[in-house]
Design a protein around this ligand. Structure first.
Ligand code: CAA
Length: 265
């Protein structure tokens, strides 16, 4: 089922309990222009509004690219520092919103994930990569730096000097390297990527939504704070989740030796 049919740069499809968002500009390797960013924003509105969506998968159209970065044709037209700063802030805000979405976001990286495309992937919760995927921050080769969160998220995820290496050289890494650096959680043959993403999303969509939301939040917030603060956050969230009907259902189902059915209550 297609939802948000007036999109022209992306598609958003409803699957069984989860949604599939595809960046759909294959002629320019799915580069992110203004219109695409605006449609992404609207897609997130829709995803948040529809409570039946319990997981989101993001991928790129075509065989070759996930997203090859911000649209360089548009970037070239930026004339002032202020305009550039606003552009970076806009992309950062969108990707942070994605990172903070109350449902899990799976990035199905099907090819080039460069610059803004790598930064988009880094704002997901779980990264699945095709064995053909390539990751990199080539902004240095354009005489600029990553502007949609890459310097910060890659450094936090893979370490400061790993981030420096890739941002300073613009070198690309393959999926296997991204896996060994802890950026990607699983590498699969290109032909299986869709199927793997689908079954992962379906699995996540069957979990208890409130617990899912708090797990995401506690790990995201906790990784930005000291251990004691993080542990307090974990304990208070553990308390909140115990107030849910789903935790009664989950524990009853275990004790009754049946599968739980979670309703997000
Ligand atoms: N913006 C605009 N157009 C792009 C693009 C981009 N980021 N990436 C690719 N395209 C276009 C190409 O211009 C080309 O268009 P034409 O057919 O009209 O010539 C088309 O997509 C196909 O690309 P190529 O012919 O270059 O394909 P290739 O297989 O030879 O190379 C590639 C593939 C290595 C990914 C190469 O396209 C490339 O280097 N792309 C740019 C990558 C990049 O620099 N990304 C960073 C952008 S800046 C950024 O993202 C800033 C930020 O942090 C916010």
């Amino acid at each position: 089922e297609g939802i948000g049919l007036d999109f022209t740069q992306i598609t958003l499809e409803m699957e069984d309990g989860w949604a599939l968002l595809t960046i759909n500009r294959p002629k320019v390797l799915n580069a992110l222009n203004q219109e695409t960013l605006q449609e992404l924003e609207r897609a997130l509105d829709e995803v948040e509004r529809r409570k039946e969506i319990r997981a989101l998968v993001i991928t790129g159209a075509g065989e070759k690219a996930f997203v090859a970065g911000a649209d360089i044709t548009e970037l070239r037209r930026i004339e002032t520092a202020g305009e550039a700063e606003r552009q970076a802030t806009l992309g950062q805000t969108l990707f942070t919103r994605l990172e903070e979405l109350p449902i899990p976001v799976v990035m199905a990286v099907n090819g080039y994930a460069l610059g803004g495309g790598f930064e988009l992937a880094l704002s997901g919760d779980i990264l699945l990569a095709s064995d053909q995927a390539q990751f990199g921050l080539p902004e240095i080769n354009l005489g600029v730096l990553p502007g949609y969160g890459g310097t910060q998220r890659l450094a936090r995820l893979a370490g400061k000097n790993t981030a420096k290496y890739f941002a300073l050289t613009g070198d690309r890494m393959d999926a296997e390297t991204a896996y060994h650096l802890g950026i990607v959680q699983r590498v699969v043959p290109a032909a299986n990527l869709k199927e793997e993403a689908k079954s992962l999303a379906a699995k996540l969509a069957r979990k208890a939504p409130i617990a899912i939301r708090y797990i995401k939040q506690v790990i995201n917030q906790g990784s930005e704070t000291d251990l004691k603060t993080g542990l307090r956050l974990e304990a208070s969230s553990f308390g909140v989740v115990f107030d849910s009907q789903d935790r009664v259902e989950g524990m009853d189902a275990f004790l009754e030796k049946r599968k739980p059915s979670f309703r997000g209550e």
